[in-house]
Design a protein around this ligand. Structure first.
Ligand SMILES: [Zn+2]
Length: 382
């Protein structure tokens, strides 16, 4: 019997993990668990990245599906994963195709309801060679001080906004957004910090890819995220160059329209920032010697509309305040955690229903696409 959408959603990371593991184990998946010994969640909760493999162990075509890259965004992704296991499951896999689910890539962020890792690192800026000079982001240094007030008071926020407005006058709105979110490697207490070494989550996921996908020749990738304003609609962020083989294939699966930068920017709400050090490119590069790669970061739109600049910056500012100013035990902390949660993983029923419906439909299309890709692969090998 079909379960209600809300039955797949959890109130905490620990509950989400337990639901995922129970469903995977009941479906007969091969499960592995990796503990992050560097950090704990609320109340001393132990933190794990878990994997579940569905389908033939020797499949050459594999869908790699991850959740919780950005911590708190894992609520939607975890629910979609658990729903696939419950509603479709291994019986729905096309011949020759396996599905490798990775649950809670960033369990620290998931458990606390934050976006970054235990080191305030944005994992999607961390997948690059840290022995080489890091990508530059010269404007970030200029706005870091402006955007990092010591207090969340009305006065401090107003001061920040007028300084921000002067910045926009000088460089333009997009330059501000790009400088904030493209990634920076100079301010560990700032926004979208990419780290100075591979994070535990990066090392662990890379190990999983190296071991579990060693025999794969074709890897599809779906990385569930949430955040932009909306109610569970999907935004497909394919980081392959338009026109490349990887992009063409993803467009076959999900539709040219869905991947069109015009559609993506309209749904995202602004022009997309520059990206370096993404997990997408990190995994693609790791697999390049033996496997073709195609996929996307897929966002479940989730946040409520923001009608002014202060509101648009508020959630990242709250995360920063909790980590570096007030601390997780401050009197305001519970309220701030709740506000962040509302943006990435709202409790609205409509959102939860749309996440499950759109998530399951996406799994179906993606697996159909992988079925065709697998047949092509077999033909080519004849
Ligand atoms: Zn995200």
């Amino acid at each position: 019997m079909r379960m209600k959408a809300s039955d797949y959603f959890s109130e905490s990371y620990a509950e989400a993990r337990q639901r995922f593991l129970a469903a995977a184990s009941e479906a007969g998946a091969h499960i592995e668990s990796y503990e992050n010994g560097n950090a704990r969640g609320p109340g001393g909760t132990r933190l794990f990245m878990d994997t579940a493999w569905f389908g033939p162990a020797n499949a050459e075509t594999v869908l790699l599906n991850v959740s919780g890259t950005h911590g708190a965004e894992g609520y939607g992704g975890s629910a979609a994963q658990t729903a696939w296991i419950g509603e479709m499951g291994p019986a729905a896999l096309p011949q020759g195709v396996a599905l490798l689910m990775v649950h809670a890539v960033n369990p620290f962020g998931f458990a606390w309801g934050l976006r970054g890792t235990e080191n305030n690192v944005d994992l999607n800026r961390n997948f690059l060679d840290h022995t080489k000079p890091h990508p530059e982001n010269p404007l970030y240094g200029e706005i870091h001080r402006i955007l990092c007030p010591d207090s969340m008071s009305e006065e401090a926020v107003q001061k920040m906004l007028s300084a921000g407005a002067r910045f926009v006058e000088k460089y333009g709105q997009w330059a501000l957004e790009d400088a904030i979110s493209r990634g920076q490697y100079t301010h560990p207490d700032g926004y979208h910090f990419g780290g100075t070494a591979p994070e535990w989550s990066n090392v662990t996921l890379s190990g999983i890819v190296a071991r579990d996908l060693a025999h794969a020749h074709r890897v599809g990738f779906v990385d569930w995220h949430s955040g932009p304003v909306g109610d569970g609609e999907l935004i497909y962020l394919c980081y392959s160059e338009p026109g490349s083989e990887g992009f063409q294939r993803a467009a076959q699966w999900w539709g040219r329209e869905a991947l069109d930068p015009k559609t993506v920017e309209a749904m995202w709400g602004s022009k997309r920032p520059t990206r370096r050090g993404t997990m997408f490119h990190g995994i693609e590069e790791m697999l390049a010697p033996h496997a073709q790669f195609s996929g996307a970061v897929i966002e479940f739109r989730s946040a409520q509309p923001k009608n002014n600049a202060a509101k648009a910056m508020r959630v990242p500012m709250l995360e920063r305040w909790l980590r570096f100013i007030g601390g997780f035990d401050a009197p305001e902390a519970a309220r701030y955690f709740e506000e962040i949660r509302e943006d990435y993983a709202p409790r609205r029923q409509s959102w939860r229903e749309n996440v499950i419906a759109n998530g399951l439909a996406c799994y179906e299309r993606t697996l159909d696409g992988l079925a065709g890709w697998s047949r092509e692969g077999l033909k080519a090998a004849d």
